[in-house]
Design a protein around this ligand. Structure first.
Ligand SMILES: N[C@@H](CCC(=O)N[C@@H](CS)C(=O)NCC(=O)O)C(=O)O
Length: 208
């Protein structure tokens, strides 16, 4: 088994770095300089035509999209580590549901909000109504996650899984970058605090 991990610090690749560390699987890391355009060079585009990180090559097969990568890592290495539910169980269906919810619904709303408010996007692209709508959507989604965490220490149940690590990466970045106040969501706050204590998350956050 061989894994090559193409990454850049402080990017979407951070969540895969966290998963690889938690799963304790060996891999070769290839750092790309996104500002210098390494991701658009022909050699890399031959692996990932999107020219983005994270990208993983598992036994010669390239993978992109972090949700797909998380599922592959979970199924291959996570079950025996207790970081992913066994295939065919109700918990696996729940894990897939929340992982995709985080990357599609929550990330989509966060991105829309950022696109309409943040300095990373030209001011003339900002639209106040779109921003308002995205913010209301984000708060609704945060309430949904907070309810899911009522009476459960982690999203699937008693144990931390790759789903928690992935969702915490989305939120850690999104809530901070979009400056969203989530202090009313007590379960969410406690859960994020617990996950933030994990060495794998601390290492990814400190990466420069
Ligand atoms: N949906 C993709 C998003 C990947 C993505 O947008 N990666 C950014 C870094 S955060 C990137 O590589 N950007 C470089 C570029 O677009 O040139 C995933 O989750 O893997």
């Amino acid at each position: 088994m061989s894994i090559t991990f193409y990454y850049a610090p402080q990017s979407n690749a951070g969540r895969i770095r966290v998963s690889l560390a938690e799963l304790d699987v060996p891999y070769e890391a290839v750092r790309l300089d996104l500002r210098a355009g390494d991701q658009k060079k022909p050699d890399f585009l031959a692996i990932n035509p999107n020219g983005k990180v994270p990208t993983l090559v598992i036994d010669g097969t390239p993978m992109f999209e972090s949700a797909a990568i998380q599922i592959a890592l979970g199924e291959r290495y996570g079950v025996q580590k207790g970081l992913w539910p066994a295939p065919g169980t109700p918990e696996q269906l729940t894990a897939l549901t929340w992982l995709v919810w985080g990357q599609v619904s929550l990330t989509g709303a966060l991105f829309r909000y950022m696109a309409n408010t943040s300095e990373y996007f030209a001011k003339e692209m900002h639209n106040e109504k779109q921003a308002e709508q995205a913010l209301a959507e984000i708060h609704g989604l945060l309430r949904i996650l907070d309810s899911r965490l009522e009476g459960r220490p982690y999203v699937i149940g008693e144990r931390c899984t790759l789903v928690d690590l992935d969702l915490a990466s989305v939120l850690g970045w999104g809530l901070m970058a979009a400056k969203i106040d989530f202090s009313e969501q007590k379960n969410l706050k406690g859960w994020l605090g617990r996950i933030g204590e994990r060495p794998s998350i601390k290492a990814a956050m400190a990466e420069t």
